[in-house]
Ligand binder design. Structure first.
Ligand code: FAD
Length: 472
């Protein structure tokens, strides 16, 4: 899939959105030899002004197999991994202050990686720009799309009087995020289905600073979780010794925490060991100066119309609990690239339909899995039935290999399509319930036989004893 062969025409590609997925797409399509123009509504994140604004904020993401595979195609996997922190598992912090490590893969110790969002976006933009056939245009917002003709209009916000530019292309890629303008335009067409759902929990990011010696204040190589059934706190490590913590909670509970005393009392009650590493002053300052952000889940079908196609959050924004939003978005680009390679003789519109047909079931599947994983992270990890099932799953995985891969590992450490991961889990659940049923049957049968045998045994003994007495 390295570069265009002589049967594959060089396309003029317009990408709306230069976030993580749009920038990666520019790298891969640019490498291929296409003429790529990226239009991003915000200013260049690498500019001095933007760097100054981002100072002190470090937001990180969990990178796993699908994201890595796509980065490898862009030639960036090793560079990114060298600037990322491996996380071997979950570190569960109980309410009583005790900790328990649960490895993601006790058999092979595979890990996920904590990587800075800012770093990733910058490196992808810089890599894309190295290619002479890729141009980046910042402060350009998509305002109009005619997907049938391949024509899009962007508004340049840099000047005092905004100007508009109209561009014609062979392919329009909408990587413009959860509230995509390209999707908005596509929805006007008949037979385009769409749903969005805000969950009634929101999130807030908080900082856990490095210790005075620059080291991490908690075990570095874990994703820390404080599961409290209805809500949870998580923290991922940063390279500078800090952690970025995220509090996920029902919106009304955020509403109840308005004063310094209320915030302190809440954290002292729920996360006593977290308040120690964050520091009371910093916690109260960060908490009271931030607003909780909402979480949205978006599904769309089809993902294409005319010469336009949606990727990343524009196609399937999801709640962040599986750590797959970016990974799935990166995988979109891998699959799009593969499908263009395979069907190089077909018109763009037809190839995009093929992409949409292959991607929609998987996009919907990961949106569902992401919702499920919130329950697992904030609640199930504390329950003994879940812990027992997990133990059995990893034992079976050890003996049967890929034939019995636990759901989390299939989603996180393999490129198995998401919908197949769900099918595999359903099959495992069926086997488990049959085994449970069979074990109950065997147990009941054995108990019943033992009882009958015991009754006969006792009756015979009593009968013999009575006969003995009467003979005497
Ligand atoms: P975005 O990152 O939203 O980028 C879209 C870009 O388009 C932006 O730069 C925006 O300015 C631009 N844009 C918007 N409108 C227009 C327009 N009209 N014209 C031009 N440009 C426009 N994913 C993981 O894989 N692992 C994680 O651990 C993880 N953690 C997360 C934690 C939280 C709290 C959240 C909220 C999300 C998390 N995600 C994670 C999901 C991940 O952040 C997203 O899936 C990812 O950012 C999607 O990338 P994108 O490029 O599709 O969209």
């Amino acid at each position: 899939s390295a570069s265009l062969d002589n049967q594959q025409a060089r396309k003029r590609i317009v990408i709306a959105g230069g976030g993580l997925v749009g920038a990666l797409c520019a790298c891969i399509m640019g490498r291929k030899g296409h003429q790529v123009d990226v239009y991003e509504s915000r200013p260049d994140p690498r500019s001095e002004r933007e760097q100054a604004l981002a100072q002190g904020r470090s937001i990180n993401l969990a990178l796993s197999a699908r994201g890595r595979a796509a980065l490898a195609r862009a030639g960036l996997e090793d560079t990114v991994i060298s600037q990322a922190i491996p996380m071997r598992g979950r570190m569960i912090h109980s309410a009583n202050g005790s900790k328990k490590a649960i490895l993601y893969d006790p058999n092979t110790e595979q890990c996920i990686y904590s990587v800075s969002r800012q770093f990733l976006n910058e490196i992808l933009l810089s890599e894309a720009e190295k290619n002479p056939n890729v141009s980046l245009h910042f402060s350009h917002k998509l305002v109009e799309s005619k997907v049938d003709k391949g024509v899009v209009t962007f508004r340049n916000n840099e000047n005092i009087v905004p100007t508009e530019v109209e561009i014609e292309s062979d392919l329009i890629i909408g990587a413009d995020g959860a509230h995509s303008a390209l999707r908005q335009a596509m929805l006007k067409r008949p037979m385009t289905n769409f749903s969005q759902m805000y969950i009634d929990h929101a999130y807030m990011e908080l900082r856990i600073p490095a210790k005075e010696n620059g080291q991490h204040a908690m075990d570095t190589h874990y994703l820390h979780i404080w599961p409290r059934n209805e809500f949870m706190l998580i923290a991922l490590p940063n390279l500078d010794g800090s952690f970025t913590a995220t509090l996920f909670m029902p919106i009304p509970i955020f509403g109840e925490l308005q004063s310094a005393e209320e915030v302190e009392a809440f954290f002292t009650r729920e996360f006593p060991d977290a308040i120690r590493v964050i520091g009371k002053e910093l916690l109260i300052k960060d908490f009271l100066s931030s607003r909780p952000s909402h979480l949205i889940s978006v599904k769309c079908n089809p993902l294409n119309a005319g010469k336009g196609v949606l990727v990343g959050d524009a196609a399937h924004a999801m709640v962040p609990f599986y750590g797959q939003g970016m990974n799935a978005g990166f995988e979109d680009i891998l699959i799009l690239d593969n499908i263009f390679d395979i069907y190089k003789h077909e018109p763009v519109e037809k190839v995009l339909t093929r992409f949409s047909q292959s991607r929609v079931p998987n996009a919907h599947a990961i949106c569902e899995l992401a919702l499920y994983n919130y329950v697992e992270m904030r609640c199930l990890v504390n329950q003994s039935v879940f812990i027992l099932r997990r133990f059995l799953d990893y034992r079976l995985h050890k003996y049967f290999g890929k034939k019995w891969t636990p759901l989390y590992n299939n989603v996180t450490f393999s490129l198995t399509p998401y919908s197949e991961c769900i099918q595999h889990k359903k099959w495992q659940d069926q086997v488990m319930s049959k085994v449970k049923y069979a074990s109950w049957t065997v147990l009941s049968f054995t108990t019943l036989s033992a009882l009958i045998f015991w009754k006969d045994f006792v009756q015979t003994r009593v009968h013999d004893a009575l006969q003995l007495v009467s003979m005497k």
